[in-house]
Design a protein around this ligand. Sequence first.
Ligand SMILES: N[C@@H](CCC(=O)N[C@@H](CS)C(=O)NCC(=O)O)C(=O)O
Length: 231
Amino acid sequence: MITLYDLVFAGDARPSPFCWRAKFALAHKGLKWKEVTVGFTEKDKIAFSGQGLVPVIVDHAHADKEVHDSWDIALYLDQAYPEKPLLKSEHARAFARFVHNWTATTVQAGMFPLMVADMYARVRPQDRDYFRESRGKRLGTEDFDSFQAKARETRLVPFRQSLDTMRLQLKAAPFLSGGRAAYPDYIVAGAFLWARSVTPFALLEAGDPIAAWLDRMLGLYGFGERLKAAA
Ligand SMILES: N[C@@H](CCC(=O)N[C@@H](CS)C(=O)NCC(=O)O)C(=O)O
C-alpha cells in the first residue's frame, strides 16, 4: 500500500497536475494507494518530506520510503516495482523529459492565465488568502477576474495554436507515446485534468483531436469517474 498526499480544493476537487501524474503512474503499475488531502495551508501534513509541495508518496511496502516530486516518484516506482516500466530506457526518459519541459512552458503556463480566477473561486475558503498572495505575486496582480478576462480575449487563440505539436503527434498514433499510453501521456493528461477540475471554460475547440485523446486517457484507469469536473 502507498499513501499519496494530494492537493485539495473546495468540494474535495483534486486539481494538482503533478498529483495526477503520480496517480497515473501508480495506476499504470497496478498499485493500490490511499490519498491524504493537503490544502494549501496544511503543509504541516507533508513537513516530514522536508519540503512544501505535493505530490508526496510514502511506500509502506518499502519501509515507509518517502518520495516527493512527480518525476522522482515515477523513477522510484520503476526502481521499486520494475514491472510495467514507466520510463524504460534512456531514450524513453529523454522523450518524457522533453514532454515534461514542454508541458511546463507551453501547456501549463498557457492554461494558467486562462483559468486563474476560476481556480481562485474553487480554492477552499481557508486557503484563499494564501492563493491570492502567492499567485498574485506570480502574476503581478491580485485582480484575477480582470487578468483572466483579458487572457481569454488575447491568449486563447495562441494557446490553442501552441498545441499543434501535440495534434501532429496524435495524427500518427492514438497516444503521444505511440500505440499505448506511457508516462509522456500522463504528464500532459495531468495538465488537462487540472483544467477540468477548476474551470468549465472550453480550452479546446469542439472536435479537437486532443479532446478525443483526453477521453482515451480518462478511460484508461477510470479517472473519468473519479474526476470532479468544475461546473
Ligand atoms: N516539480 C514538482 C512540482 C509540484 C508542485 O508544484 N505542486 C503544487 C501543486 S500542483 C504544490 O504543491 N503547490 C503548493 C503551493 O503552491 O503552495 C513535481 O513535479 O511534483
